[in-house]
Structure formats: C-alpha cells, structure tokens
Design a protein around this ligand. Structure first.
Ligand code: 13P
Ligand code: SF4
Length: 305
C-alpha cells in the first residue's frame, strides 16, 4: 500500500467506526494529514474534554492519552503506539512528591501536564507550556512548588517574579540536547533568521531566543512572521511542518539531535492498525485514579481558559 492509500483507508475507517484522531504537533506529516485535531498539550486537553466520537485515538505519548481518558472516562481511548512514553513524565514518582508536599504544606503543587496520572493525584494544578504563565499568575497563592521541568519552571519564574517558585531537578531529554554552541552556529550561519525556542530548553539557551513558546505558538509565530528564515529550537518535526505550511520561507533545525524518539515512534501503520482494531492500546484506568488525577486537570481548565 502507498502512503496515500493507507491514509485514504484510515479516513474511511475512522468515519465508519466513529473514531476521532488527535495528534500532537510533533507527529509526522502523514499523521497530521489524517488527524481530526492537531495541537500542543493544552489544545489537546481542551479538545479531549469535548470530543463527540465514542473512540479517541491519541497519536502522541502516554500521558496525553491518559489526559483524554481522565477527561472523557466514558470513551474508549487508544494510544496508537503503546511504547510511546515521555521520559520526563516518568522522572518523578507519587511518593516522593507526596512527601515534599507534606513537608511544604503552604505551597501549591503545580505539575507540568507531562506527568503520569499517578503523580497528578498529589498535585494541585496542572499547566502546559502555553498556559503555565497565565495559570500561575492566577493561582491565589504566592508559593509554588513546580514539577517536574526545572527549565520550564525557570522560564515561568522569570515572567512571574511576584511568585516564589521552588523547582525540582527534572526536564525533557530531547530539548536538553540543544547547546549554546548550536545557538552560536545558527547565528553565524543564518544571520537574518529569528531563533524560536521551546521553554523546555535550558535557561542559558532560552535567553538567547527571539521568541519562546509552545509548539503551536512557535508554528503560529513563524507562519505570521515577516522574516523569510527561522531557526527552530524544538523537536525537529516542527521544521518539516513549517516548511510544508510556508514553502516560500526557509526553516532550519537548531540542532540535528532535537528528535524525540518517543514522539516519532508512532507510524502511519500504527494509526491504521489502531483504527481497524488490530493495534494500539486501550487505556484502562480505575475510577479512583481518574477521579483523583482529574482535580488538577480541572483546575488547569478552569484557570487557563
Ligand atoms: P507542548 O505541546 O506544550 O508544546 O509541549 C511539548 C512537548 O514536549 C510535549 O511533550
Ligand atoms: Fe517528553 Fe520531551 Fe518527548 Fe515531549 S519532547 S514527549 S517532553 S521527552
């Protein structure tokens, strides 16, 4: 089968079976083309709460599928490729953060959405990269314990100096691969280009950027921008997507190493198998876990929209 034939078959099957396909922005172009909704983590969460179809297929990583299940527990939620996890989400466990929370009772525990459902049960509010600043400003407490990404936490802290943010040492291994030398090389090679970065990059790199934002914010900025060249400091799939969207402009990866192998694990064939009922993993979560992890996601949706 060609890619086109596979895509046609996926589109036919998803309509016949009532499957809604959600894809994170880091998914491959051929998956974007069969998705019903493409977005960053915040957009996917909002969409998850209002999907009409009985079955939702997540093309992304496990915590994203968990978020859909938490927000729509009555739906059948599938993760297209069961091995697609997020190493950052797995960095901290519930007992450790539970102990920190008990030792710091006057702090609000704010969790980046890139956390497991288990960990969310001991967190007060969730945020995403596009909603973190807004939500933290709106939390009626000046003391925040921010987990698990200290780079995103540092970026938020600089924009919300009125709050005291305690950070823990965690982060995204993909964005950590971007170095200061990559910035220097990009400035030398593409002097007319703007450098757009994700806030999961390290602080000494973030401060060199022309624009910092979530995946969809980076896409929107580059699409609307008047420059003809952009250097992209996030997962390299975004370079390809922007090149398709804006063929008249030039997009360059900041680092050839900024590839998330978990995000790229999902193939079009995985999507096909999940839609035709021979692949993917259906998420099973207990009612207690759903109820306990839902509180901090509900807080995010309440404060962030
Ligand atoms: P956003 O989707 O919030 O931009 O986050 C990027 C990311 O690393 C998702 O895993
Ligand atoms: Fe996790 Fe980073 Fe991959 Fe996103 S890019 S899924 S945060 S490892």
């Amino acid at each position: 089968m060609t890619i086109q034939q596979l895509q046609d078959e996926i589109i036919r099957l998803k309509k016949e079976k009532g499957v809604c396909i959600l894809a994170h922005a880091y998914q491959k172009q051929e998956i974007w083309e069969v998705a019903d909704y493409i977005g960053d983590s915040f957009g996917l969460s909002c969409e998850a709460a209002k999907v009409k179809e009985q079955t939702v297929l997540m093309c992304g990583v496990r915590f994203m599928a968990e978020t859909v299940k938490i927000l729509s527990p009555q739906k059948n939620v599938l993760l297209a490729n069961p091995i697609a996890g997020c190493p950052m989400a797995d960095q901290m466990d519930r007992d450790l953060i539970g102990q920190m929370k008990a030792a710091m009772p006057d702090y609000t525990v704010v969790a980046y959405i890139n956390t497991t459902a288990e960990l969310k049960t001991v967190c007060d509010v969730c945020v995403t990269s596009s909603s973190a600043v807004k939500i933290i400003r709106r939390i009626p407490n000046d003391k925040i314990l921010f987990i698990p990404d200290c780079n995103l936490g540092d970026w938020v802290a600089k924009q919300v100096p009125e709050k005291e943010l305690k950070l823990v040492h965690g982060g995204c291994p993909t964005h950590l691969r971007i170095t200061k030398t990559d910035i220097e090389n990009a400035r030398n090679k593409h002097p007319g280009a703007e450098i757009l970065l994700h806030p999961e990059c390290q602080p000494d790199i973030v401060k060199e950027a022309d624009f910092v934002g979530s995946t969809t914010e980076i896409i929107a900025y580059a699409e609307k921008g008047i420059k003809s060249e952009y250097v992209i400091g996030t997962e390299n799939s975004i370079v390809e997507h922007l090149q398709y969207k804006c063929p008249e402009k030039n997009f360059y990866p900041l680092s050839k190493d900024c590839v998330c192998h978990n995000m790229q694990a999902t193939t079009l064939m995985d999507v096909y198998r999940a839609v035709n009922g021979t692949g993917g993993e259906e998420l099973v979560m207990s009612d207690d876990l759903i109820a306990a992890s839902r509180k901090c996601i509900n807080e995010m949706l309440k404060l962030g929209t």
